[in-house]
Design a protein around this ligand. Sequence first.
Ligand SMILES: N=c1c2ncn([C@@H]3O[C@H](COP(=O)(O)OP(=O)(O)OP(=O)(O)O)[C@@H](O)[C@H]3O)c2ncn1[C@@H]1O[C@H](COP(=O)(O)O)[C@@H](O)[C@H]1O
Length: 87
Amino acid sequence: MKTFDELFAELADKAETRPEGSGTVAALDHGVHTLGKKIIEEAGEVWLAAEHESDDALSEEISQLVYWLQVMMIKRGLNPADIYRYL
Ligand SMILES: N=c1c2ncn([C@@H]3O[C@H](COP(=O)(O)OP(=O)(O)OP(=O)(O)O)[C@@H](O)[C@H]3O)c2ncn1[C@@H]1O[C@H](COP(=O)(O)O)[C@@H](O)[C@H]1O
């Protein structure tokens, strides 16, 4: 289990060190267009889970959406503080 900030730090480190086999590194290399499509896909899965699935399934889908949003943030050079100032 990890927090939003802990996951972000882990992903930022992966982007920097580019370890072999990292799905995050591969996703970053695909670029903003592919990341945007993944975010739309995961957002749709959150919606469907909220309508039809359990709390646990919904939680998992939301975690995946958070992950992909963080990958997009890293791709565009944003950090959590950039987001928090709008919350
Ligand atoms: N939290 C996540 C995470 N959430 C979602 N995903 C990715 O998002 C996909 C979402 O799963 P789905 O079931 O919706 O998609 P799928 O259709 O089965 O998979 P695709 O074929 O569409 O990729 C997963 O297959 C992962 O590729 C994640 N990938 C990585 N992490 C964490 O990110 C960190 C770094 O991971 P690596 O870069 O892979 O080392 C680790 O702590 C991981 O646990």
